[in-house]
Design a protein around this ligand. Structure first.
Ligand SMILES: Nc1ncnc2c1ncn2[C@@H]1O[C@H](COP(=O)(O)OP(=O)(O)O)[C@@H](O)[C@H]1O
Ligand SMILES: [Mg+2]
Length: 230
């Protein structure tokens, strides 16, 4: 079975499973506070954790909603000419707070204008997911580079980081829904393993390719193709 694409039932059952643990945790902390068994100092800490767990649930819901809408969006993609350099700059601006919060530096090596032909909203999701991963899987003070290269027929867009890297044995699985490398501490790197399956599905349906090069402990580069303006 191609695990990168789940049936709606599989998606629902896996998402429900993923929701149980944050919800149990939130309920536990709130109950402890209500029962008055937590000191004032502990209260702040518990509420902080409950908020973090709620954020996780929101992320998960957003990704599951994206996936459930994806089939429809992919059967009638709204393809148009757009400037991918501008789109990349916009994603970087939107993620800038997260980039700064981790003390990363980011550079963009982009042509002034690079007109591609694709569903702009979906390609924005692709770029945003790859940049989010680069930010997340790079320890404090790393470097992220986003570049566009003109390959003649197509553009090739690269998102590179100086992060934790991916082990060879994980590489074939990272595109699967809900797959997360066991090499990474889940308390340090939060997520549900849905981002790359969404990325892959969007690009595959566009007839584009994506590939990854990674050195464990050194960093990762994701590269994907994009058709030029018609
Ligand atoms: N830039 C990256 N550096 C290191 N590992 C990565 C990177 N991007 C993705 N991965 C690995 O691939 C897995 C799947 O990524 P993704 O589907 O986006 O899920 P999530 O971000 O929720 O963990 C991650 O859990 C991580 O193990
Ligand atoms: Mg991700």
């Amino acid at each position: 079975m191609n695990r990168s694409k789940l049936t709606p039932n599989q998606l629902l059952s896996m998402a429900a499973h993923e929701m149980r643990s944050p919800l149990t945790c939130i309920k536990g902390y709130l109950t402890a506070i209500k029962d008055g068994v937590v000191s004032d100092e502990g209260k702040d800490k518990y509420l902080g954790i409950a908020i973090e767990e709620a954020d996780k649930l929101i992320d998960l819901l957003e990704q599951v909603m994206t996936i459930s809408r994806l089939d429809e969006m992919l059967t009638s993609p709204q393809k148009e000419d757009f400037d991918v350099s501008e789109l990349i700059r916009r994603v970087i601006i939107e993620k800038y707070n997260d980039i700064e919060a981790k003390g990363h530096s980011i550079s963009a090596e982009l042509p002034d204008v690079a007109i591609a032909f694709a569903d702009k909203l979906l390609i924005k999701k692709v770029i945003a997911n790859l940049v989010e991963n680069a930010i997340k899987y790079t320890p404090q003070g790393g470097n992220i580079t986003v570049s566009t290269h003109d390959d003649g027929d197509k553009f090739v867009i690269t998102v590179r980081d100086t992060g934790v890297g991916i082990k060879d044995e994980d590489l074939p699985h990272i595109w699967d829904s809900f797959y997360r490398s066991t090499a990474n501490d889940p308390t340090l790197y939060k997520g549900h393993g849905l981002g790359l399956s969404i990325v892959k599905e969007i690009l595959t349906s566009h007839g584009e390719s994506i590939w990854v090069e990674s050195e464990y402990g050194k960093g990762t580069a994701f590269r994907f193709t994009l058709s030029k303006q018609k």
